[in-house]
Design a protein around this ligand. Structure first.
Ligand code: GRF
Length: 209
């Protein structure tokens, strides 16, 4: 799992973004090679006017936007987002800089097939401020974590991690950029293995098949 709908067909990825979309771009670039084994069939966002959506459009990939504010409450937004993603029949959903927590409906529908990338070495520094919190703590090494999304905040089973050094003169921006360079490579490598080889999750341990 996940298993593409037809043997030899590329796995269908739906990618959700909230910002610049450099992680999305890395996936778009990787999927240009048929040997990668996946295609990005749609890109969704929780806001308009972001570079991530432009990157998808530039590749001819369909996009959609589901804003929280367009719904009476968070559960209604989650249900609408679930329906939008489901319409594209993904084998794997990739949250790539998606700055919202998906909810119960989303996890009921796609649980075990949703991954998120976080710019810190879990379980350290969960939440929205991973690079800033690592810098403030004074760690010498930080990095990025790809995990299978569960109901917690950056708590799901870990698929892959990559480490980067913290430099003495780093600020949040320079540190986050260094993390993102490593994060993109990790994301492309790990998602490729997930779709080509399949994977299992047992007692929090994610193993490629
Ligand atoms: C990444 O570091 C991601 O882990 C974090 O926000 C950044 C998004 O970067 N949540 P981009 O939009 O993919 O360029």
């Amino acid at each position: 799992m996940p298993i593409p709908a037809a043997p030899d067909a590329p796995a269908r990825l739906v990618v959700l973004v909230s910002g610049g979309g450099t992680n999305l771009q890395a996936l778009l670039d990787a999927t240009a090679d048929p040997a990668y084994g996946a295609e990005v069939v749609a890109v969704g966002a929780d806001r308009d006017g972001i570079a991530g959506l432009d990157r998808a459009t530039a590749r001819g990939v369909p996009t959609f936007v589901e804003r929280v504010g367009a719904h009476p409450d968070r559960a209604a937004w989650d249900a609408a987002l679930t329906a939008r993603v489901a319409a594209h029949e993904p084998d794997l959903v990739v949250l790539a800089g998606f700055m919202k927590l998906v909810g119960a409906a989303f996890l009921d529908r796609f649980g075990g097939r949703v991954v998120n990338t976080h710019p810190a070495l879990s379980p350290a520094f969960p939440g929205m401020r991973g690079p800033a919190d690592a810098l403030a703590y004074g760690v010498k090494i930080t990095g990025a974590t790809l995990f299978v999304v569960d109901a917690g905040v950056d708590t799901g089973p870990i698929v892959a991690q990559t480490a980067v050094p913290v430099a003495d003169d780093d600020d949040v921006e320079t540190l986050h950029e260094r993390i993102k360079t490593a994060e993109r490579a990790m994301l492309v490598e790990a998602v490729g293995r997930m779709v080509r080889d399949g994977y299992t999750i047992t007692d929090r341990k994610v193993r490629f098949s």
